[in-house]
Design a protein around this ligand. Structure first.
Ligand code: IPE
Ligand code: IPE
Ligand code: MG
Length: 244
């Protein structure tokens, strides 16, 4: 009667830099190891029958990092995309990117669009990478598109409800995350999926992302499985609905 297996898992993969620093390595080494862990997590999700996984790869605030780190992250993203996309496709995984990716330049935009087109009919697992993404940006861009309807005269401002906005949000075609995981010890959302996390179960772990292996993922899933999701109702109501 409790959570069971989440359908959609969203992850803030944090702690790469600290992982590398603790080993006396450059931060990029932590990001490289982080990409390996992404591969592991995606494989685990596919094997377990999880339907969607959404990963925060680069926030709209991460441009504040040293230029060298931003440049290396961009390179790593391109490299990983090129290397992994056919494997994802062979495993029936659909790839999508959300965020204002134009800022990374036309080369990345083209490669991302190609990867999306190649995998768009795949059904096993939906992998979404959030890059130059911010939850506030997402809500603002949705509002801008709703405003076009108002201007065109097809929508009355007074008729706008939360449901009006949903089709315009970046993740409109995927149900909201059931489980949110943040590694690296920080207990904050850092402008990730603000709208969609309204009723998501939150799981924070001090484990750094490069150490977040299958065992750690299983702990997060176990924690989720033991939770009762009430969506505003009482615990008794939820129990009764299960008995009915
Ligand atoms: C998360 O790890 C990866 C990205 C933001 C790209 P960090 O790079 O934030 O690692 P810490 O938090 O400095 O350890
Ligand atoms: C959040 O991590 C963004 C990503 C993991 C991509 P940060 O390390 O950038 O978050 P803050 O700055 O500690 O909140
Ligand atoms: Mg960090």
């Amino acid at each position: 009667m409790e959570g069971g297996l989440p359908s959609h898992v969203a992850v803030i993969m944090d702690g790469n830099g600290r992982w590398a620093k603790a080993r006396g390595q450059a931060r990029i080494q932590g990001h490289r190891k982080g990409v390996e862990m992404v591969r592991e997590l995606v494989a685990a999700c596919a094997e377990k029958g999880i339907r969607a996984v959404t990963l925060f790869a680069f926030s709209s605030e991460n441009w504040r990092r040293p230029r060298l780190e931003v440049r290396l992250l961009r390179q790593l993203f391109l490299f990983a995309l090129d290397r992994e996309i056919t494997k994802l496709h062979d495993n029936d995984i659909q790839f999508r990117a959300i965020g204002d990716i134009g800022a990374f330049g036309p080369e990345i935009v083209q490669r991302v669009r190609d990867a999306e087109a190649m995998t768009c009919h795949n059904k096993r697992l939906r992998l979404t990478i959030a890059a130059n993404y911010g939850g506030r940006w997402d809500i603002a861009q949705a509002c801008a598109r709703v405003a076009l309807e108002v201007r065109a005269g097809t929508l009355e401002p007074a008729a706008i409800t939360p449901d009006t906005l949903v089709p315009y949000l970046s993740m409109a075609d995927v149900p909201e995350p059931d489980l949110f995981i943040r590694t690296g010890g920080e207990q904050r959302i850092s402008n990730f999926l603000l709208w969609q996390l309204a009723y998501t179960e939150l799981y924070f772990t001090p484990v750094l992302w490069p150490d977040f292996d299958r065992k750690q993922f299983d702990l997060a899933l176990e924690s989720f499985a033991g939770r009762q999701r009430r969506f505003g109702r009482t615990g008794d109501q939820v129990e009764a609905a299960w008995r009915a």
